[in-house]
Structure formats: C-alpha cells, structure tokens
Ligand binder design. Structure first.
Ligand SMILES: *Cc1c(COP(=O)(O)O)cnc(C)c1O
Length: 361
C-alpha cells in the first residue's frame, strides 16, 4: 500500500464540495445553493431526452457534429473550433492536462472557481492565486503575477461566487499583456445571463491566445446531464480532442443540449426572469441591511458583518428550509451566495433574511 503513490500534486487537492441539497429534519427544502435554473430545462430538451431512450443501445456520436453545428448556428460561431465536454469542468481539466505540468504555473483569482486550482494540481502544475480588487478581477494583478512559467490564466466572467464581471476592453488588455506561452481561459458559465455579451467569442476569433468555456448546467437547466463546451483556436481544439474520451457525452445528453440551444425563446425567457428577480432580490436584501455587489449572473453574493453573522443566518435559513451556499472556501466567510430562484423562493429568502436581521427568529 505505502509504496503505491499518486502523481505529485494530487494529494494537495481539497476535494470539491458541492452545494448542499438537504437539511436533516427539514422536509420540502428549497435549494438555492448550486446556481441551478429554477424553471428547469426547456420542454424541447425534455422531449429530446424521452426520444433518446429508443437509442440507448447505440454508442453516441464521437465528433458531436450535430450539437456543434447547432451551437455554431445559433451563436454565429465556427463549428470546427467548438469542443464538447462532460460539463465545462471536463474542458477545464483537459486544458490543464494538455498545457500545464510540473514546474508550470496556472493563475486564478482570489475568489475564483475551485476547479481551476483542482485542475492545475491534478496536472502536477502549481496554482497561483492573485488578489482581486474588492471582489472584482484585477487585470493588473494578474499581469504582475505572469512570468515565463505561466501556462494558463483562468478567469470566470461573470465570476462565481462574486457575480461581478469585467469589460471586454479589460479582457483584451489582459490577453494582450500575457507572455507568449500563456493561454487566457474565459469561463463563461454565466455568460448567457448577460444581455448582449458573447462570452468573449469574438476575442477568441481575433486572437490566438484566448479560449472560452461555456456550459449547459446553468441557464439551460441541464446540470444533471453534464454538458459543456469550449471555443478556441483550431490548434488548441485539435490538442484537446486528442486526449478527450471518444464517447465522453451520452446520446441523451447531446440530444437534450441540442434541443436546448435551439429553443432561443426559452433562453430569452429565463434570462429576463433572472434579471428581474435578481434586481428585486438584491434590493430587498439591501433594504434589510445586507449589501451585495451588482451581480451579472443568476445569484447574489450577500455580505454580512462577519463570519459569525453569516453562519448564524445560514443556520436560520436552513431551519426555514432554505439552502444557500457558504463561501468560506472561496475566501468569503462573511458572505452567503444565494441563487436567484423563482419568484416565491426569492420572496421567501428575502423575508427570512429580513426576520433574521430584525432579530425575530
Ligand atoms: C457552474 C460553473 C461551471 C460549470 O460547470 P459544469 O461542469 O459545466 O456543470 C464552470 N465554471 C463556473 C465558474 C461555474 O460556476
């Protein structure tokens, strides 16, 4: 046993902890801890899943051509530069595996998504955390951390768990300032929530050092089926395809994702409902003395006086059947990340936080 050892870095990984989905002793909980779409997937996606049961004995497509062309058509992209993965998590891992190893550095920001660090360590590379400026990605601090060992720079835009984002001019300045061997990865898990934002797709097309990842887990409501995709320079797509499992996505997942991406009316409806309810929720919390930064995603990062108050509020919400996300592991112990649910969930969570702040618990 003792002489069988994993590769360096792997035992340094703190296992990913997902959002809670149950509370002991409380039935009928409302889960606002994993940024899921409260309305679920498009009805067209549900139909596609049902139809797919007749094909379960067939191996799925290896090139994902049909899904790639649907994405490309709807978003005006080049299908040859798209790669599909088991969630965007798989794409993030493939990037680390392909481009970073022992001695290499992978930059992520202070409150960046946990998978960047996990992917870097899994590849044997060194994750480098750089400060943000008041919970916003700071291009200057990223550029200051770059050196000849930097291979990948991960930023989520909008970011999770802060909800903040930076503009395309700033992203372009970052890409322009990177050392020649480094790739900028723009994680667009929440890009669909931002009206008129392409996730950085045009920048990918204009440059050779920018890569974008996207997911069907958030706005498309397909987290349970695990589908994500990446858009990047042709050479990078080619490299990732060499190491990707040939049958990584099931036929069911591919069919559901394709139907979702084509249901643009549903996407529009989910986006506008989210914006309306997010603004409402942030204002309601502010009235109760709980501030948050302007979020561009489907959650709000509620800030409390200190860790003890956030902890107490979290316990109170749980006792009321409301599960939100503690974000101490993201360097934000005084905050709670609250997913924008449907209207009644938003009202309930705001009401309970109001009770908590008023000491009526
Ligand atoms: C949810 C999320 C993802 C997507 O995960 P999937 O593997 O596609 O489900 C990626 N990045 C960020 C920042 C996220 O919050």
């Amino acid at each position: 046993m003792t002489s069988i050892r994993p590769q360096p870095g792997i035992l340094d990984i703190a296992p990913y902890v997902g959002g809670k989905s149950s509370v002991a002793g409380v039935t009928n909980v409302t889960k606002l801890s994993s940024n899921e779409n409260p309305f679920g997937p498009s009805p067209a996606a549900q139909e596609a899943v049902k139809r797919s049961v007749h094909e379960l004995h067939r191996y799925p497509s290896t090139d994902h051509a049909s899904l790639r062309s649907a994405i490309a058509e709807v978003q005006s992209l080049d299908p040859e530069r798209i790669i599909c993965g088991v969630g965007s998590d798989e794409i993030l891992h493939l990037l680390c595996q392909a481009y970073a190893g022992p001695g290499d550095e992978v930059i992520h920001t202070e409150h960046g998504f946990a998978i960047y660090k996990i992917g870097a360590l899994a590849a044997g590379a060194t994750p480098i955390e750089v400060p943000e400026r008041e919970r916003v990605t700071d291009v200057d601090s990223i550029l200051a951390a770059c050196n000849e060992r930097t291979k990948l720079v991960f930023i989520a835009n909008p970011n999770n768990p802060t909800g903040t984002m930076i503009g395309l001019a700033e992203i372009e300045r970052l890409a322009e300032g990177l050392p020649p061997q480094a790739l900028l990865v723009l994680d667009g898990a929440y890009a669909e929530y931002v009206d008129g934002y392409d996730g950085g797709a045009r920048l990918v097309e204009a440059r050779s050092n920018v890569f974008m990842t996207r997911t069907f887990s958030k706005l498309y409501g397909l987290g349970g089926l695990r589908v994500g995709w990446g858009y990047g320079p042709a050479e990078i797509i080619d490299v990732l395809n060499r190491i990707r499992g040939p049958f990584n996505l099931s036929g069911t997942a591919l069919a559901a994702a394709e139907a979702s991406v084509r249901d643009t009316a549903y996407v529009e409806k989910c986006r506008s409902e989210n914006t309306r309810l997010r603004v409402w929720l942030a204002e309601a919390l502010a009235e109760h003395g709980v501030p948050s930064d302007t979020s561009m995603a489907n959650f709000v990062l509620a800030r409390f006086h200190d860790e003890a108050e956030a902890e107490a509020c979290n316990s109170y919400l749980q006792s009321q059947g409301l599960i939100v996300r503690q974000v101490g592991s993201y360097g934000l112990p005084h905050a709670l990340r609250i997913t924008v649910g449907d209207e009644s969930s938003c009202r309930r969570v705001a009401h309970c936080i109001g009770q908590f702040k008023a000491g009526e618990r």
